[in-house]
Design a protein around this ligand. Sequence first.
Ligand code: AKG
Length: 253
Amino acid sequence: MTTTAPDTNLLDPETVADYRRDGFVRITGVLNPAEVERFRDAAKQQYETGTALNRDDQIFKQVVNVWTTDETLRDLTLHPKLARLATELAGLPVRIWHDHLLIKKPHNQAPTEFHQDAPYWPHANCRHSLSAWVALVDVPVERGCMTFIPGQHERRDIRPIDLSDAHDLFEAAPDLTWHRRVTLPLQAGDVTFHNGYTPHTANSNDTDEFRYAHVNIYADRELTYDGKPHVCTDPLNLTVGQRLPDDHFPQVG
Ligand code: AKG
């Protein structure tokens, strides 16, 4: 496949530097209002009919790889602007690892507890992974926005964490208890990008409205499969050491 490098970058060097220092960044106004409305309508439909990964949707209803079943949300997962932003932040070519819709019910009373993402993934030789968390409604703090611990994305010493246990990350890495946290409310169409190793949480939805977030996860195009169990690779009979196949993990950017 031949790709032509874009003439100009979407991001200024300061924004990229902030992301690389902190492990996350907020970028406002990535989607326009018409896009937000179209994608939100599709997300609402998925809440009704989509197949959830989780049996209990107390924390959220999670629909994984919605791009493979929903033509509208496919446009969001493969959105060229999001892919370019991810590529600029990562500084290397990426592919979609997976997407997921994360829908928190009104008054769900359950935060998504602090964790890193990458320890769950069957990736070897991965130089960079990052998520684009796209707000499809306004997400003030009370509706379950994201909070990040800055500057911790080089850590590789933390085991996979139980998302329903508020203390688990801090048992695994007690020093993080005392670290600064940054909470980033978003308006519909805004996006936070976070590194796969950045510790983060999302608080509960204490409002009367649903929280619709769509997350695109990007990873180094050249990473190899390490054989760890994962819902996105288990059905594919991959061989340890092979690259992720493009038909299931499309190259973007
Ligand atoms: C992620 O995108 O990695 C999250 O953990 C999101 C959690 C949430 O939106 O509740």
